[in-house]
Design a binder for this molecule. Sequence first.
Ligand code: NI
Length: 172
Amino acid sequence: MALREILTAPDPRLTVACAKVVSVDDEIRALMDDMLETMYDAPGIGLAAIQVGVHKRVIVVDVAGEGEEPQPLKMANPEILDDHGQLSIYQEGCLSVPDIYEEVERPAACVVGYLDEHNQPQTLKAEGLLATCIQHEIDHLNGILFIDHLSKLKKSMAVKKLTKRKKLQAAS
Ligand code: NI
């Protein structure tokens, strides 16, 4: 296992639609393990392969709180099969959008279909934070960041802040 570098916005590599995984093989399993390690190290509760520069439909998620048993989920080709009519609002952040936290409205619950690490099809009913997190990660696979859900004004403020942050980092 190895830590991978997390890309941060603005970066054109984060705005690409990712390709489906043909089969979950050793290479994808190694990627999933690296992604989990990178996510726990950050720390974060979700990570999509695109965030480490791999344009494949792979995500990892663990929304267990501090002191709770880890509940790692590894998903290839995750897809929302159904969502609840009801919406909920969470304050979201993202490892690729450092230091920005904004409220985003999404379906409060969803059913997600995916391939697990053994290449077996699974479905999972998710609600609350887990549902939000999975939807946020699936957005990444379509090149969408949570700031894309904000108003034009809020988004342009966020992009300005991120661009400034990058310039400062490049200069230091
Ligand atoms: Ni994210």
